[in-house]
Design a protein around this ligand. Structure first.
Ligand SMILES: [Zn+2]
Ligand SMILES: [Zn+2]
Length: 156
């Protein structure tokens, strides 16, 4: 039906995270959500607390973001911190919040990893979450990078 066309750009039926975001994946429990974001547990936890915050809209990766997303990234990080608080983890110095960068992404739908305690990330998985490398960028660094990126090119 042509009436659905406006929806199809924001949701990819073959993307598992889109299904989760729209609560169509029965296996995944959403532990926090608002209009734009949902949060759930990483299926393959690398630390005692390991959550993912994802936009409900299908955004491919942090390379799809531009200067206009600085606040959005901040909101994602804030939801991550709120989740940790909800789960009783309060040591804000021992957390890791960040994104994988292509080609090191497991699912091509933007997701923020929320890990705590950062000091207890499994040593077998540590290499995936080293900030400052080409694989993993912290939310803070990403915001700084976006702030200095050129404005988005709009195709009318
Ligand atoms: Zn998606
Ligand atoms: Zn990832």
């Amino acid at each position: 039906m042509s009436g659905n066309e406006s929806d199809s750009s924001s949701k990819d039926e073959t993307c598992i995270f889109c299904l989760i975001a729209h609560e169509q994946d029965k296996e995944t429990e959403i532990i926090k959500k608002n209009k734009e974001l949902v949060c759930f547990r990483d299926i393959n936890p690398a630390a005692p607390h390991h959550y993912l915050v994802i936009p409900t809209q299908h955004i491919h990766s942090c390379y799809s973001l531009h200067r206009g997303h600085v606040n959005f990234v901040k909101q994602m990080a804030e939801m991550g911190k709120a989740i940790l608080q909800d789960q009783g983890f309060t040591n804000k110095k021992d957390i890791s919040l960040g994104f994988h960068q292509p080609p090191f992404t497991s699912v091509d739908h933007l997701h923020l990893h929320v890990l705590a305690p950062a000091s207890q990330i499994s040593k077998y998985m540590q290499y995936k979450f080293i900030p400052g490398g080409e694989r993993f960028v912290t939310a803070k660094c990403l915001r700084k990078r976006l702030k200095h990126s050129p404005p988005p090119v709009d195709h009318p």
